[in-house]
Design a protein around this ligand. Structure first.
Ligand code: SME
Length: 186
């Protein structure tokens, strides 16, 4: 797996041109696909996607999932970055709008988006991509924020929609063992 190791430099210029983005996403998508291939668990898959994307792309500042835990309720899931808001209703923010419309939203200036939730004031732009299960039901959104304005475009949209498509076949694995199953040792 060593040939896949990709860690972005987040200390220099954060911007990438379209060709550099394409090349990086192609490598990352292959790495993510290989990593998830034999893993059926949804949480493990989300955590691995958040990690590989966040560490692989220089302009990503906050990268992670909000899981749908009710008809109109999102709860934070696996993520990388600064502290995220815990709960988001479908009526609020970019995440809520993408979830209720079931479509990807690219926001060039989050401060101009009505109802934007400022979990971290450093965020300037974002993309939110809906995640569906195998039946086509919305199960989560992938939220990526950047500190640079207008960081996301159709290249990000294309690759992120493809990457979250890998989650359609994953499922929350039932807990089949707990420490209580073991004989008491003391
Ligand atoms: N940006 C989101 C809120 C979540 S955080 O930024 C992590 C929104 O407005 O939906």
């Amino acid at each position: 797996m060593a040939e896949h190791t990709l860690v972005a430099d987040k200390t220099g210029s954060l911007r990438m041109d379209a060709a550099a983005k394409e090349a990086r996403y192609a490598e990352l998508a292959a790495h993510i696909e290989a990593t998830l291939a034999n893993e059926p668990d949804l949480t493990a898959a989300m955590a691995s996607i958040a990690c590989l994307l966040h560490n692989g792309i220089p302009y990503y500042f906050w990268t992670g999932f909000y899981r749908r835990v009710g008809p109109t309720r999102l709860l934070v899931g696996p993520y990388q970055g600064t502290l995220g808001c815990l709960e988001i209703d479908f009526a609020r923010g970019v995440c809520g709008a993408a979830a209720s419309r079931e479509e990807t939203l690219v926001v060039e200036d989050v401060h101009a988006f009505p109802g934007h939730i400022a979990c971290d004031s450093a965020s300037a732009s974002e993309i939110v991509v809906p995640v569906f299960d195998a039946r086509g039901a919305l199960i989560a959104v992938l939220d990526v924020d950047s500190t640079i304005p207008a960081a996301f475009d159709d290249v990000d949209r294309h690759w992120l929609e493809r990457i979250v498509g890998l989650l359609a076949t994953k499922e929350a694995m039932p807990v089949v063992w707990t420490p209580a199953d073991e004989p008491a040792t003391r």
